[in-house]
Design a protein around this ligand. Structure first.
Ligand code: OAD
Length: 252
């Protein structure tokens, strides 16, 4: 008799937990799916549109040059959305994992919503920036503004220069120090969890082959198979707000 999907998940959870129990260091690569159950929309579920906007209009240097007010209004709307949501049990489970591994646990996230930190995760590398931070185009200051409304042409509190969202847009490079730390964590880990990401955006997705090359076990947590699935040793297919807590339960 073939296993039911529920039985398959139980077997996969047991395998993943066994690998994790034997791991000295753990790295996580998270994406939009981990925040989906909190009510933050994912990117690739919406026909190439992002809340009604073309991605190149609101998330690229060209879009910014053309219409900064449109870009600010878009990010203010996303900030307002995040202000109304809360971390979910998937975020909380990753906090539990960090407690177990301490400084041998690194959470690399592509998410800009800040929900991992809000949940209590500490060693978080936000490789695509943060909705909560602004960057001054004059003095370069990066400031945490929380989620307060910022208007459509905010000015730097220090030098009154123009501010932009502190987000990595398409066509822009990642912060060198943050990306080096992410690569090091993937390179040195014994297990990499790939959670709620379609794994199509680079360089983030390259953390999977980086970890594999050094023999790390790759565990995928997603609703469905993705571009990373062929490289995963085990897949936990279901909502991360359900599967991650089940996985953490099995670690003790
Ligand atoms: P995507 O929208 O591409 O992928 C979301 C993934 O989450 C998909 O694979 C879904 O199957 C999965 N998913 C949805 N709900 C889930 C749930 N409840 N539990 C588990 N998995 C779930 O988002 P990302 O992979 O994060 O970049 O996108 C990567 C980058 O592309 C983003 O960081 C952003 C975007 O362009 C920048 O802003 C620079």
């Amino acid at each position: 008799m073939p296993l039911t999907p529920q039985e398959e998940l139980e077997v996969a959870l047991e395998r993943a937990a066994k690998w994790l129990r034997g791991s000295k260091s753990v790295c996580v690569l998270s994406g939009a799916g981990v925040s989906a159950e909190s009510g933050v929309p994912t990117f690739r579920a919406s026909d190439g549109l992002w809340e009604g906007h073309r991605i190149e209009d609101v998330a690229s240097p060209d879009g910014w040059e053309r219409d900064p007010a449109l870009v600010w209004n878009f990010y203010n709307a996303r900030r307002a959305n995040v202000a109304t949501v809360k971390p979910n049990p998937g975020h909380a489970a990753l906090v539990g994992m960090e407690k177990r591994w301490g400084d041998r646990f690194t959470l690399v996230t592509q998410n800009v919503d800040g929900l991992h930190r809000e949940a209590g995760s500490k060693n978080v590398l936000e490789i695509h920036g943060s909705l909560r931070h602004t960057r001054c185009l004059g003095c370069g200051a990066v400031t945490n503004r929380g989620l307060e409304p910022l208007g459509d042409a905010p000015k730097c509190p220090q030098c009154h220069g123009r501010l932009r969202p502190h987000i990595v847009w398409f066509g822009e490079g990642l912060d060198d120090d943050i990306w080096m730390a992410a690569m090091q964590a993937a390179d040195e880990c014994d297990a990499l969890l790939v959670v709620g990401t379609s794994a199509v955006v680079y360089p983030a997705a390259s953390l999977v082959p980086i970890a594999r090359r050094k023999g790390a076990t790759v565990i995928e947590v997603n609703l469905t198979r993705t571009e990373a699935s062929a490289q995963a040793d085990v897949g936990l297919y279901g909502p991360s707000g359900v599967t991650l807590p089940k996985l953490v339960e099995r670690l003790s």
